[in-house]
Ligand binder design. Sequence first.
Ligand code: HSE
Length: 438
Amino acid sequence: MPKVHIGLIGCGTVGAGVARILLHNQDVLEARVGAELNLKSVADLDIETDRGVAFAPGVLTTDAMAVVNDPQIDIIVEMIGGETFAKDVILAAVANGKPVVTANKALLAKHGDGIFAAASEKGVDVAFEASIGGCMPIVKTLRESLVGDRVRSMVGILNGTCNYILSKITDEGIPIETALADAQQNGYAETDPTLDVEGIDAAHKLTLLSSLAFGMQLDFDSLYIEGIQGISPMDIEYATAFGYRIKLLAISKLRQNGVEARIHPAMIPVGDLLSNVNGSLNAIMIHADAVGDMLLYGHGAGMMPTASAVVGDIVDIARNLMNRSPGRVPLLGYQTENVRRIPIIAIDDIVLHYYIRFSALDRPGVLSRISGVLGNYGISIQSVHQKGRKTNGAVPLVMLTHRSREADIKAALAEIQQMAVIKERPVLIRIEEKNSVD
Ligand code: HSE
């Protein structure tokens, strides 16, 4: 039986999971690939810690570049993470004509242009399914399955840590810090969990997805990113009372004048499929012209689900190598010459329903002054709610608006915030009424 030799760089949680699948599921992999997937070398700075995998003698090494430069190795699997040495490893592998599998969303979202260009020039594959949504086959869906469709929109829950935190606060009312500590213990969170909580991890993923779906150049810097730091248990309680759940959404919609690409917490109706995606699970709803709506759902993080996606990519590449067809599928789904610059629409130009919570003194005339300012900016109020206890003499005053332009909402709030009767910065949460293009 032919052999395909694999070099694994980085044997942390996911790397060890990849090794485990390659060794434990060897029979089924051979039956599917028609070749032995041989884990020839595994490089890590720490080769003493027991990873729960029985490596053959001589497989472990601390010298990553020796693996990358080993002429016998056919595929490099980069599981180091980060944007420095991981980038060197990938570019060196590509320069050596070796295809690469990676889960490194931050690196690809920010430096993917150079990496994909180098790989295209060399005619080698770079596969990155595990970088978005763990085990959910979203890259394959966009890059291969939906090639006959025009994708119109994607709305996803792409960060397991934030979803876990929001679910815990909703169900158990525990503080955000406790929920984050739980998520870290379960291995969902990034090494630096601010990347999760501030929405940056989801933005890395949405950058890649928007490019795959719409054939647009990677444009991480233009995305609107807002994390879950400002979400309080009180807003979650109000959301529940109004029939919504709060989720950190990653949204990308193709419009006539560009792409709406934004990450932020949003209220979604409880009947919506995405509102029932809880804990660390991920999901993405895709709306495309031929298929209509479709939903992918699964574990977006964790050792074995992520490792499963990595092994899927290894098999794709091994099949391409055996059939001498590397580069058969363009790396970002579109032929390089057809990848275009599509502008990302400014968040101020988005039109949505909004939830606004003021902390206002409970006095006659306050409501009419606030609604007067909103009216001056053309914002129509759908409903007003005042209940709850006074804190520092102020009460929560909640308004839901009809569809309004975000720039108008912000200008009105800036003016209202100046009033002496307003005691805190108003809270603004966007409401997504449905998951497809409206
Ligand atoms: N930190 C990520 C998450 C891991 O919480 O979803 C998967 O990318």
